[in-house]
Write a protein that binds this ligand. Structure first.
Ligand SMILES: Cc1cc2nc3c(=O)[nH]c(=O)nc-3n(C[C@H](O)[C@H](O)[C@H](O)COP(=O)(O)OP(=O)(O)OC[C@H]3O[C@@H](n4cnc5c(N)ncnc54)[C@H](O)[C@@H]3O)c2cc1C
Length: 407
């Protein structure tokens, strides 16, 4: 493939696929190299706030995603000990009117599959599965990327390489500009159960967030309401990498002691036979960009702890800004990439910090937890949601904002 207007993306996760779609919209040709032979359809539900759905809708994905998403009416914050609702933070139609885009929940596998389907039907995008990016060399006309599959070595030449290869990014490692991720002494556990296995109140289109001793618990319907996605975050010393280690049911139940957790929550946690877990890693330094014709997006650039539910959101925002800059300044890709990094640095750092702060607030215990709960109740749902206006009101660059044709 000729180099001009050709961009190589390492990784076909949420960041890489959204970037490919946005770059194609900006008039570029894209090759995505993904190490997995087929995209892993595991993963838990993820939340997509209006800052992210606005981009997906502008990319023409609304109809494709419609059967897979749920639009929760509210986040219902629950006290883990008493089982009482603390506050109801309105989402649904109210959030859509306020922010001009919906708040959705979706299974990560469904989002990835929808993005991959849209990419496959875009003439300017090629996805090479089972191809791991091993190495790259920058040169005067751009970059040569070496990928390795079972059978062969693949060389791709392009004007830029986008490292969308996740928190353990090999592109970032090769750039030598990234500090190693730091274990946060927490693990996240996830399970999917049939909706008819849970009480009717948990089948409602709501995000339930339980704040309790030694754990916080989030659950909501996914797959059009057929399944309930459960995620539990606990303090833990298990620190292996990867997204899908098997978790022991007995072990997770131990975090939900009878004396500290409401029966309703304990019953819910007891339903799944199978749990998968992953260790939570963070990076002390904020956004790290690239060098020359190489940059990073999504978790490779700025891993997000899940407490603000912005891992996918920040990756999707990155993709829109990156495509805008590369499309505008293609005659100097390195400058375009530095402009993208400059545009994203403060915002992603703010989201990372807000996520860490949220982790501390969720983890409060004893009298501090009571004060937190009282404070939330006094503030009320609307004002709590308004504290995220800076996050949800984010507007994509004009060239994305003005697109909304189906692909
Ligand atoms: C299987 C899986 C399950 C997940 N489950 C959850 C979840 O339940 N909850 C949650 O909050 N977050 C989950 N995440 C992370 C979440 O998707 C991301 O935090 C967020 O969407 C940002 O995505 P990303 O594209 O930057 O990174 P990722 O989603 O991690 O995607 C990176 C992609 O790059 C590929 N890759 C890695 N190295 C190379 C290489 N050298 N060459 C080519 N390809 C490479 C990976 O296979 C992967 O497809 C999961 C990620 C994965 C990969």
């Amino acid at each position: 493939m000729a180099t001009a207007r050709h961009v190589i993306v390492a990784g076909a996760g949420i960041a890489g696929l959204t970037a490919a779609l946005a770059l194609a919209r900006a008039g570029l040709r894209v090759t995505v190299l993904e190490q997995a032979a087929r995209p892993e359809e595991t993963g838990a539900g993820i939340q997509l706030s209006p800052n992210a759905t606005r981009v997906l809708i502008a990319l023409g994905l609304r109809d494709l995603l419609a059967p897979m998403v749920m639009a929760p009416q509210a986040t219902r914050v629950m006290a883990g000990g008493s089982g009482h609702a603390i506050v109801r933070i309105p989402l649904g139609g109210e959030a859509e009117r306020r922010y001009g885009a919906p708040y959705w929940t979706i299974h990560r596998g469904d989002l990835q599959a929808a993005l991959a389907a849209a990419a496959k039907s875009t003439i300017d995008i090629t996805i090479k599965l089972g191809t791991r990016v091993d190495d790259f060399v920058a040169h005067i006309k751009g970059v040569t990327v070496q990928g390795r599959s079972d059978r062969q070595v693949v060389d791709e030449r392009g004007v830029a390489l986008i490292g969308a290869d996740g928190i353990w990014s090999s592109v970032a490692t090769q750039l030598r500009r990234q500090r190693k991720p730091r274990f946060t002494h927490r693990t996240a556990w996830r399970a999917l159960i049939p909706a008819d296995a849970v009480p009717a109140e948990f089948r409602e289109p709501l995000v339930h967030l339980w704040l309790g001793l030694d754990a916080h618990l989030v659950h909501y319907p996914v797959k059009g309401g057929r399944l309930i996605n459960i995620v539990v975050i606990v303090h833990d010393e298990w620190n292996e990498t990867g997204w899908s280690a098997e978790g022991s049911r007995v072990e997770i139940l131990r975090h939900f002691a009878r004396w500290s957790w409401a029966e309703k929550a304990r019953e819910l946690i007891a339903i799944p036979d199978q749990w998968l877990k992953w260790a939570l890693y963070d990076r002390n330094s904020a956004f790290r960009g690239g060098v020359g014709p190489v940059t990073l997006i999504g978790d490779a650039a700025h891993p997000m702890l899940p407490f603000l539910a912005q891992g996918a959101g920040m990756a999707i925002e990155d993709a829109a800004v990156l495509a805008d800059m590369l499309g505008k300044y293609l005659d100097d890709p390195a400058d375009a990439l530095r402009a993208y990094e400059g545009a994203r640095r403060l915002r992603t750092a703010r989201a990372q910090q807000a996520s860490r702060r949220q982790a501390r607030i969720y983890g409060l215990t004893g009298p501090e937890a009571l004060i937190r709960n009282l404070g939330m109740r006094l503030l009320g749902g609307e004002r709590l949601r308004a504290r995220y206006d800076w996050l949800y009101n984010w507007q994509p660059p004009e060239f994305i904002a003005h697109q909304s044709q189906p692909l």
